[in-house]
Design a protein around this ligand. Structure first.
Ligand SMILES: Nc1ncnc2c1ncn2[C@@H]1O[C@H](COP(=O)(O)OP(=O)(O)O)[C@@H](O)[C@H]1O
Ligand SMILES: [Mg+2]
Length: 231
C-alpha cells in the first residue's frame, strides 16, 4: 500500500504524562493507520489511551517518540506556525460534549472554522447554513444551542467539523451523549457527508450500536492497539 493511501499513519507512538515516580506511560508504541475514503474506528476500555492517541494525531499533544504522518505530512517536521495552519485547514473535530458556544446561533457556531481562517462573516454564515441544511437542520440555523435537542446540537457540531471541508475528521465518542436514534442519525450523516475518496474519518467510540459504520475497528488496550478488524 502506498503511503499516500493513508490519511494517518502512526508507528511506535509513545506518550507519557508526568515524570519519575508519577510517570504514566499512556501510549506504549502505538501502530495505527486510517486510510483515505474510509471510516476508521478506535475502540477500547475507558482509560486505555484513545483520547490521548487522537490528540496526538490532531497535533494537540506532542508524542514522546515514534513517527507519524497525517495527510502525507509529518507534523513533527513542520514549523509550529505551519502546523497550526495545517491543522486549521485540514482537520475537523467532533466531541462527545458538543462544545457549542452558547451565545452564538447554530449557523454562527458552525461558521467558526471559516471565521478563524479569515473568511468574511457573511460568506461564513452562508456556507455554515448550507452545511446545516445538508444535515437536515437548515430550518434551525438561527436557533441558539439551548433551544436544540442533544441530537440537533451534535448535528451543529458536525456542521462545524465539516464546514471548511477538512480532509480528516476526528470524532471522540460523538454518539455517547445521544439516544440510539439520534446517534444513528449523526453517524449516518457523518458517513454520507465526510467519507470521500480523498478524505478520512477517525471515530473513537464505545457505542457498539454504531460499529456497522466502520470500515476498520482498531482495538486498543492499555496503550497499545492489539487487534484490527476489517468489516
Ligand atoms: N494530561 C494528563 N495528565 C496525566 N494523565 C493523563 C492526562 N491525560 C490523560 N491521562 C491519563 O492517561 C490515561 C488515558 O487517558 P485517555 O487517553 O483519556 O483514555 P480514554 O480516552 O481511552 O478513556 C488515563 O489513565 C488518564 O488518566
Ligand atoms: Mg476518551
Amino acid at each position: 500500500m502506498k503511503t499516500n493511501d493513508h490519511a494517518v499513519r502512526c508507528d511506535g507512538i509513545l506518550k507519557h504524562f508526568g515524570d519519575g515516580e508519577a510517570r504514566v506511560d499512556v501510549l506504549r508504541g502505538v501502530h495505527f493507520e486510517a486510510r483515505l475514503g474510509e471510516m476508521s474506528f478506535l475502540v477500547g476500555p475507558s482509560g486505555c489511551g484513545k483520547t490521548t492517541l487522537i490528540s496526538v494525531i490532531a497535533g494537540l499533544l506532542d508524542p514522546n517518540g515514534g513517527t507519524m504522518q497525517v495527510l502525507s505530512h509529518e507534523p513533527a517536521q513542520m514549523k509550529s506556525a505551519d502546523r497550526i495552519v495545517f491543522r486549521r485547514r485540514n482537520l475537523g473535530f467532533v466531541f462527545q460534549q458538543y462544545n457549542l458556544l452558547p451565545a452564538l446561533t447554530a449557523a454562527e457556531n458552525a461558521a467558526v472554522p471559516l471565521l478563524a481562517d479569515g473568511v468574511s462573516r457573511d460568506v461564513a454564515v452562508k456556507k455554515a447554513t448550507a452545511m446545516l441544511d445538508r444535515l437536515g437542520l437548515g430550518h434551525r440555523a438561527k436557533a441558539m444551542p439551548r433551544q436544540l435537542s442533544g441530537g440537533q446540537q451534535q448535528r451543529v457540531a458536525l456542521a462545524r467539523a465539516l464546514v471548511h471541508e477538512p480532509r480528516l475528521i476526528i470524532c471522540d465518542e460523538p454518539t455517547a451523549a445521544l439516544d440510539h436514534q439520534s446517534g444513528e442519525a449523526v453517524m449516518g450523516l457523518l458517513a454520507s457527508a465526510a467519507v470521500a475518496p480523498d478524505r478520512a474519518v477517525v471515530v473513537v467510540t464505545h457505542d457498539n450500536r454504531v460499529f456497522h459504520y466502520a470500515d476498520t475497528i482498531a482495538h486498543m488496550n492499555d496503550g497499545l492497539i492489539d487487534r484490527i478488524d476489517r468489516n
